[in-house]
Write a new protein. Structure first.
Length: 338
């Protein structure tokens, strides 16, 4: 697997790579990391070269959209997580989008199998890259339910920064996550009248200037930056409401993780969220006003709040890493026999 994903913290892609690698290791499969460098061009070359020198039993899995520039000699797989730009403007700059689509196209053409993580992502990939749905294998991610149910304790650093009752967003800081509208919503009467501040945990990913400006200019928003896994779980377990107004997700890890942790969830049907949202409250729109009214409704609907914790835990438990890893292993084994 690419070390640039496996050995760094790049959001859901790293969670996917590490959980997949852990599951494979428990099944006796050796997982190596392809070397990566601070220079992206060198990393690109490294990942291409890794696919050219075949050894018996090897399969190389490019786990995050992009991969080799040349046809691999090693049996190979690429996971493409989604195509947000099919539906949204501004996900990347026009030049970034052109490069990204070109790299994904090469990865699809130069590898032997294509995986994605949801049926909605499969639809988007097939449409944008003009390939058949039948050539795409859908393997949903899993959730480590036990990890999110096990009581976690906040570090003193984080505990000292947050109030007893708070709304929570956890995720990367980037345009499609809709954070500007979330921050703006907190200043509107329906949400502001609840008197519950917003806590944001996550690191800037890309094209984040406007999002960070909105966060930093609002005194009522508590920005924690990147937090440890233990703090992330504890924050989810203790929040009054987990708010995730993303306009598009290829899968939607944070929503399922929050449900597993016992948090009431307010989210959207953007991309794969329509598949994974389950008993969550669904926003009626992506704008600040819709989010503000959604927050008010979610905090005051006592009937929903009474039932949603158990329903959310049950819903999230259907997504297991054992099933996901076994499905991946079936593809690796089939390719290794060719």
């Amino acid at each position: 697997m690419p070390g640039r994903i496996l050995n760094k913290n790049v959001g859901g892609n790293t969670t996917y790579a590490r959980c997949l690698a852990d599951g494979l290791t428990r099944r006796g499969v050796t997982v190596d990391a392809v070397p990566h460098f601070s220079n992206p061009a060198l990393t690109m070359v490294s990942e291409t070269v890794a696919g050219m020198s075949r050894r018996n039993g090897d399969v190389i899995h490019y786990v995050a959209d992009t991969g080799p520039l040349l046809q691999t000699r090693v049996p190979s797989v690429v996971t493409v997580h989604g195509v947000a730009s099919r539906w949204l403007d501004g996900v990347r700059s026009s030049s970034q989008e052109k490069i990204w689509r070109g790299r994904v196209r090469r990865a699809i053409d130069c590898t032997d199998a294509l995986i994605t993580v949801s049926s909605s992502s499969a639809d988007d990939i097939a449409a944008v890259f003009d390939i058949s749905l039948g050539s795409i294998t859908v393997i949903p991610h899993g959730i480590d339910v036990d990890n999110f149910r096990r009581k976690a304790t906040l570090s003193k650093t984080v505990r000292d920064l947050i109030p007893e009752k708070y709304l929570l967003y956890v995720g990367n800081i980037e345009p499609r996550k809709n954070i500007q509208q979330l921050v703006k919503a907190m200043q509107l009467a329906p949400a502001r009248g609840m008197g519950v501040p917003l806590v944001i945990a996550g690191k800037p990913a890309w094209n984040y200037d406007a999002e960070m400006a909105a966060i930093q200019h609002d005194a009522d928003v508590i920005y924690l930056g990147f937090v440890s896994d233990t703090d992330r779980v504890a924050l989810m377990q203790q929040c009054a409401l987990f708010v995730f107004p993303s306009r598009y997700e290829g899968f939607g890890f944070p929503v399922l993780e929050a449900m597993a942790a016992g948090a009431p969830v307010l989210t959207t049907h953007g991309g794969a969220l329509r598949d994974v949202a389950g008993p969550s409250k669904i926003l009626k729109g992506y704008g600040a006003e819709s989010i503000a009214y959604g927050v008010e409704d979610a905090l005051t609907d006592d009937t929903w709040r009474t039932n949603v914790v158990d329903r959310g835990r049950e819903w999230s438990s259907a997504y297991t890493w054992d099933e996901s890893v076994d499905a991946h292993l079936s593809i690796y084994n089939a390719l290794g026999k060719k």
